[in-house]
Design a protein around this ligand. Structure first.
Ligand SMILES: [Zn+2]
Ligand SMILES: [Zn+2]
Length: 98
């Protein structure tokens, strides 16, 4: 089971629906969130890949590790925004997949 995550930053950056985690089909379906500084976007990468590269531009990406619990805490974890570069982007779980 994976989570559908949306990233949002006060600067105006909003990601699309990000399908993070693993589906029923097995480890090959596992996805991690990553930040591409070239596209200035949050992208999804295959967890199984050794070299983490952006699926769009093939540049190296920063993998984002989510502690799912913290998303719902009163003080949610903040992440570096790919656009304004401040650590003020928040992730929200908007649903589940598979
Ligand atoms: Zn990219
Ligand atoms: Zn921002």
């Amino acid at each position: 089971m994976g989570s559908v995550i949306k990233a949002k930053c006060p600067c105006g950056y909003v990601s699309g629906d990000l399908f993070e985690g693993c589906g029923m089909a097995g480890p090959e379906t596992c996805r991690n969130l990553a930040r591409c500084d070239h596209c200035q976007e949050i992208v999804l990468i295959r967890s199984s890949s050794v070299r983490h590269r952006c699926p769009k531009c093939r540049h190296k990406v920063q993998v984002i590790t989510i502690n799912n619990q913290r998303i719902f805490d009163s003080k949610p974890e903040k992440f570096e925004c790919p656009q304004c570069r401040k650590t003020s982007m928040r992730l929200r779980e908007v649903g589940l997949w598979d």
